[in-house]
Design a binder for this molecule. Structure first.
Ligand code: MF3
Ligand code: CO
Ligand code: CO
Length: 264
């Protein structure tokens, strides 16, 4: 064992089928949750719906009891960057909400998140969501055998910064499959050619967090909730993907056609 060279799982064709099912279920859960998330609804209610959805579909929410986390989803509002915890406060019109769902189905992890508007939102919030969504796809589109994790990070960073947003560097995407978090780390910044060289059979998430203000983040005393230090708005989108023979496959595309928060 050489712990300085973590082993990146390389998956077989049958494993892709397991991830397709888990990814589609996680995305279907999100489709249901984004329809329910409205002004006046609490994130605790969304958490309950997510738990029940998992139970009804023979799945487990991967975050429940994960390292002491007590909820089935993460709900990150406005300046919360990620790992926001569901609570009993009603959602307010004008907020943006990221819902992050990870479901385990037949041992495979499907991990996906979207940021959605709660009622009418300010133009600058809608712009941040658009740019963050586009940034995720800038990263996905460079994935193919022979590309590197640095190519992904560079594509996201170059685009996000060209739109005058900042890229959160404290959290990253991750390998996944039979485990929730494995190598490689997928940084959302970097230089072309750096990092791990991608191979067919690698499964990982890309999940950029972009801020309207400065990139700096702090974690609150609850040990989970990550917020922007300057309280500026933050958005995130996440897909679970595979490297294929000649490109990529997205496991967590919305079965309901919600490829974007505003379009169906
Ligand atoms: N789903 C998150 C991710 O994208 C992980 C959340 S871990 C939790 O990796 F414990 F905060 F839920
Ligand atoms: Co993830
Ligand atoms: Co996630």
């Amino acid at each position: 064992m050489n712990r300085h060279r973590p082993i990146i799982p390389i998956h077989k064709p049958a494993d892709y089928e397991g991830m397709r099912k888990a990814g589609q279920l996680a995305a279907a859960a999100l489709d249901m949750l984004v329809e329910e998330a409205k002004p006046g609804i609490t994130t605790a209610h969304l958490d309950k719906l997510a738990f029940e959805f998992a139970m009804d579909n023979n799945a487990l929410p991967a975050t429940l009891h994960y390292r002491g986390y007590k909820y089935s989803i993460c709900t990150s509002i406005n300046h919360v960057v990620c790992h926001g915890m569901p609570n009993n406060k009603p959602l307010k019109k004008g907020s943006i909400l990221n819902i992050d769902v990870t479901l385990i189905l037949d041992g495979w992890h499907g991990d996906t998140s979207r940021t959605i508007p709660i009622g009418d939102i300010p133009t600058k919030a809608a712009r941040l969501m658009d740019i963050t969504y586009n940034a995720l796809f800038k990263g996905i589109e460079v994935v193919r055998p022979g590309a590197t994790t640095g190519d992904i990070g560079h594509a996201i960073q170059a685009y996000g910064e060209s739109e005058r947003c900042s890229i959160v560097t404290d959290f990253c995407g991750h390998g996944l499959g039979r485990q929730f978090h494995t190598p490689p780390n997928i940084l959302h910044y970097g230089k072309p050619g750096e990092g791990v060289t991608l191979e067919e059979g690698m499964f990982f998430t890309i999940e950029p967090m972009l801020n309207l203000g400065r990139p700096n983040v702090k974690v609150l005393a609850d040990g989970w909730t990550a917020v922007t230090k300057d309280k500026s708005l933050s958005a995130q989108f996440e897909h679970s993907i595979a490297v294929t023979k000649d490109g990529y496959e997205i496991f967590t595309l919305s079965p309901g056609g919600w490829q974007h928060q505003f379009r169906k």
